[in-house]
Design a protein around this ligand. Sequence first.
Ligand code: ATP
Length: 354
Amino acid sequence: MAEIVIKNLRKDFGDFTAVQSSSFTIADGEFFMLLGPSGCGKTTTLRMIAGLELPTSGEIYIDGEEVGQKPASQRDIAFVFQMFALYPHMNVRRNITYPLVSQGMPRAQIKDKLAEVARILGIENILDRPVGGLSGGDRQRVALGRAIVRDPKAFMMDEPLGALDAEFRERMAEELRALHDRMGATTVYVTHDQLEAMQMGDKIVVMNHGVVEQFGTPQEIYDKPATMFVADFIGSPPMNFLRFDGTVTEGASKVTLNGADIAVPVQHEAAAGKLVLGVRPEHVILSDTAGLRGEVLAAEYLGTTQIVTIETAHGEVKARTGAAQSVRPGETVGLDLLPRTLTVFDDQTGRALR
Ligand code: ATP
């Protein structure tokens, strides 16, 4: 069990900065996601927490103790790489107990540990089978078993489901999350898949070019993106951006698009110039009476819903509507934007006004 506090963490490789000034806190027992596109510094951050990479500057606290410059062996953290990294010639029992045997743990204690881990993972019946002949799911469970048998303070996982096909991936993701809920161990999980992060994480850090863009619960990140990058990276389709020239006065609650006033109740910061109104596709309601209008370019049928693409004077907007709503390319529709969920960004800095 561990609380992990990251303060101003930075990593340079020569004159390239892979991670710059990251700060966030991982609470004890949390399932914590490091999310971002390829090359944004997720793996480097995870490796620094585990002690496989030393920070250029900044601090890492595990349960209050500063461990930033300590070797991995003194941090008591299990690093789960690709889950298939097993010893194929050994049976399941030996694969799982290997770390304990090499630590010199007494045999009776190893036996108890193995029984406990096998029960948690539901693999009691395959302990004598060679790993080489197991299904993908069982191999994954064995790899997890080898990590949890050590009872580490925390688990680090780097895209553990990355190599799996979509259907199996989803099942293993559910299993991993359920396992975490049973064990309650602090877990830090790297992924570039925003859906995976939203489904599995208690908290998410979104990174871009080595910088922490936002840190929060999945809901905070989805509903109140701190930057246009986060708004665009999270959600499928992502948040719509309607560009406009305007002024938001401090405490103002309205922006005007095409003569139509739209209330933005949470706005307080003053801004002027090129602004962007962000709205999620499911918060765009097609309505005949709405002041903001546009031409339907396409309607993509998805079974229960459809994604309607509309060209407006402020840019292209995607709306998620019921599949039964009849919309045809070429027709003009009105767009009601649900005010509760709108975010206004400064187009220059990409930051949300708060
Ligand atoms: P991916 O999902 O592609 O692994 P990531 O977000 O995990 O991406 P990192 O692996 O942390 O990204 O890499 C961040 C940046 O640092 C990348 O541009 C990478 O090329 C660079 N980098 C990582 N390790 C080293 C190293 N040992 N030497 C030099 N550059 C490195």
